[in-house]
Ligand binder design. Structure first.
Ligand SMILES: *Cc1c(COP(=O)(O)O)cnc(C)c1O
Length: 305
């Protein structure tokens, strides 16, 4: 492989410890989409003593990861429950999130969690059906996918004060004490700074005029074997530790701006150290979660303690 994706497990633990300290409530670690590319199996094993539970998107993900066997912690599946029977959820020690009174009743033996719609308008129960769903599913726990504090208020207004366990906050709301409720449910906050993606220059030259498909023009450029087929897009990078940028991305290669001393074999960092998820996300015009899942596929992953 031309690109190395190194995942620092100790950093994920440090992040989880920081979330616990910062919030003071139980931590439900979101490990959907293979823990945003960092490896659900590794993350679950690493957080067995720091997370109170794990959140998946699908039953298939939860089955593959088996957090009860690996870490002795229960799970929640946040996406649609599909037609998996209640006994199978119970065997796995994973509870489905339900969004309709019918699913709540059908899965009552699996102790479903009610997903309340506070604005997302997908996979969640409309406010006017919440009472019926709570009753028919004998619901004891409710959640919402909130991105604003107003959504959290809408949530507690409708399900608060009834003795239910409530959680709403992902990474964006960790600093809002009013959003913490009975648990927090971050993904990104656990993974920031834990993935390093690096590669090496395979060609370097002083350019003679405009280069590439786009005719970009710089005095000196290098080539790396990582392109949009590997999830790369135009953005920041470092060359030999110095801030630089991806000039143009092709299918399986990209041009990188170089300086006089840069040579073939020198290291280009696409994520890590001084190239943060946020810096790359800003260049891509998409959320930092995208950067992790996309660059995790750029090369073979290796986990370090
Ligand atoms: C993905 C997800 C989260 C975690 O989001 P982050 O912003 O990565 O912390 C929390 N809750 C639900 C329902 C989600 O789908």
């Amino acid at each position: 492989m031309h690109v190395t994706v190194r995942i620092e497990v100790a950093r994920i633990r440090t992040n989880a410890e920081a979330v616990r300290r910062r919030t003071g409530v139980p931590l439900l670690a979101v490990v959907k989409a293979d823990a945003y590319g960092l490896g659900a199996a590794q993350v679950i094993a690493a957080l067995r003593d720091l997370a109170d539970g794990f959140c998946f998107f699908s039953f298939a993900e939860a089955t593959a990861a088996d957090c009860w066997r690996v870490a002795g912690r229960p799970g929640i599946v946040m996406g649609p429950p599909g037609d998996v029977p209640a006994e199978r959820w119970r065997e796995l020690h994973v509870r489905p999130a339900v969004a309709t009174p019918a699913d709540a009743e059908h899965l009552v033996a699996a102790e479903p969690v009610l997903m309340v719609d506070t604005g997302q308008q997908r996979f969640a129960c409309p406010l006017e059906l919440v009472d019926e769903a709570l009753r028919r599913g004998s619901i004891r726990e409710a959640m919402t996918h909130a991105s604003t504090i107003e959504q959290v208020r809408r949530f507690t207004d409708i399900v608060g004060g009834r003795g239910l366990t409530l959680h709403a906050a992902g990474t964006a709301l960790l600093d809002e004490s009013a959003a913490r409720l009975d648990a927090v449910r971050p993904g990104l906050a656990l993974y920031r700074g834990a993935m390093r993606v690096g590669t090496r220059l395979v060609e370097v030259r002083d350019l003679r005029g405009p280069a590439g498909y786009t005719g970009f023009s710089v005095p000196r450029a290098g080539v790396i074997l990582c392109g949009y087929a590997n999830g790369l897009r135009i953005g920041p990078c470092t060359v030999n530790g110095r801030p630089s940028r991806i000039l143009e991305v092709g299918m399986q290669s990209a041009f990188v701006e170089c300086a006089a001393g840069d040579r073939v074999g020198d290291e280009v960092v696409l994520l890590g150290e001084s190239v943060s998820e946020d810096a790359v996300a800003a260049a891509w015009g998409s959320p930092p979660q995208t950067v992790l899942v996309q660059l995790a596929r750029a090369g073979e992953r290796a986990w370090t303690r």
